[in-house]
Each structure stands twice: as C-alpha cells, then as structure tokens.
Design a protein around this ligand. Structure first.
Ligand code: SF4
Ligand code: SF4
Length: 210
C-alpha cells in the first residue's frame, strides 16, 4: 500500500477520507460512557443505563437522543485506520477546537493505555508533532480537577494534577508551578456548576428520562 504523508486533520469535515460513511460502531460502545446526554440526565464519564450489557448496544436504539445519533468519534469519521476502533485502542479520540486552537483529545478507557498500546502510541506520536494531545481518563470527562497530560512536540509534556502543572522534557521534570489564577478560578466555577448539575441528574447514568 502506498505510504501517505501524515497531515493532521485541522479541518475535519474537509479533510476526512471517504471511508467514513462505510463504518459502523459494531461492538464499540465507548461513547455511551464518554458523552453527556442531557435528554437522559446522563453525566459524561458514566456508563449509560440504557447500554444492554449482554448483547451490547443501546436498549433504546430507535428512540435514542439526538446527541447519540449525531456523535461521531474520530475513528467513525474515518480519521483513523480500520483496526483502530476505540474499543480496540482502549481510548476514544476526538479532534476538538478550543478558542480556535485544535487539539487531539484522548480519553483512556484504562489509565496508561496511551503508553501501553503501540498503535495508540503511534497515533499520538504523529499528532503531537503538529497539535497538542490531551490525555485524560474516560471517567473524568466531567471532573475539571482530574489529572491530565498534554503532549507537545520535542518530547515536551505537561502534567496537571490539582492546582499544579509540571513541565517534563525528555523524561525529566524541568518546571513545577501553580496554575495561573485565572485557570484556578475557572476550575472552581466549573466544579461548582458540575456539582449543581450532578444534583439535578440523580445518579447521572441516564435513569431519569424526560
Ligand atoms: S466511540 Fe466511536 S466507534 Fe465507539 S461507539 Fe462511539 S462513535 Fe462508535
Ligand atoms: S441512549 Fe443509547 S446510544 Fe445514547 S448513551 Fe445511552 S446507550 Fe448509548
């Protein structure tokens, strides 16, 4: 097969290959944990109660909310190879844009999957040369205080835990500092907002359908 030069997909809709329409999720149901589904009062990071565990898939498939119908991870859009379906990779990948800056979001099903799975590691290695790659735990989608890592070019890595950010280069820590005040304040506001949302969402797994 012809070797193609890697180019980050900075404009996903324009740049995705045609394979997107030929794919289906199959046995993968990872986004049923990642997604926040307001119509079901389901929080992000918790497995949806409508997941049918034995047969797999959605127990209310014909009647599922709009976000479940419209969400397409990077793999389903055709942005990854056929073998890199999220349940095989151990992570859900999305291209996201924050204030106009694109990044690759990697939500790991199990902590450390980005280092342990060679295919996932290779994907991250290609992307980090072009855009930041943010790695977090799939269950921490709604927790602004959960630890995460941001991988950058030239083996630079930022590790954020609590209010502290560490900068690592070539495997060595070169800096440790508190997050800027604006970032800390923003986190506290988000934490309060999430607490209010949790109170209104019961156990947060989608039991309460309107
Ligand atoms: S994570 Fe992707 S492949 Fe898996 S169920 Fe969701 S959209 Fe489908
Ligand atoms: S309603 Fe169905 S598709 Fe939507 S999150 Fe729940 S199990 Fe997944």
């Amino acid at each position: 097969m012809e070797e193609r030069e890697f180019r980050p997909v900075l404009r996903p809709r324009d740049a995705l290959p045609d394979v997107a329409v030929e794919r289906s999720c199959g046995e993968c149901t990872l986004c049923c944990t990642v997604l926040r589904v307001d119509a079901l009062r389901k929080l992000g990071g918790l497995a949806c109660t409508h997941l049918v565990s034995e047969a797999g898939g959605c127990g209310i498939y014909q009647d599922r909310p709009r976000i479940c119908r419209s969400y397409r991870c990077l793999w389903l859009q055709g942005g990854l190879e056929e073998d890199d379906r999220p349940d095989r990779l151990g992570a859900v990948l999305d291209l996201v844009s924050e204030v106009g800056t694109p990044r690759l979001a990697v939500r790991e099903l199990t902590p450390g999957a980005s280092d342990e799975n060679p295919r996932l590691r290779a994907i991250i290695g290609r992307y980090r040369a072009a855009i930041p790659v943010r790695i977090s735990d799939v269950r921490a989608v709604m927790d602004p205080n959960a630890p995460f890592r941001v991988l950058l070019p030239e083996n630079e890595e930022h590790r954020v835990a609590g209010d502290v950010r560490e900068v690592w280069r070539e495997g060595e820590r070169v800096k440790r500092s508190r997050l800027p005040l604006t970032e800390r304040v923003a986190r506290r506001l988000i934490t309060r907002f999430q607490a209010i949302r949790r109170r209104g969402y019961g156990d947060g797994s989608g039991n309460a359908r309107d």
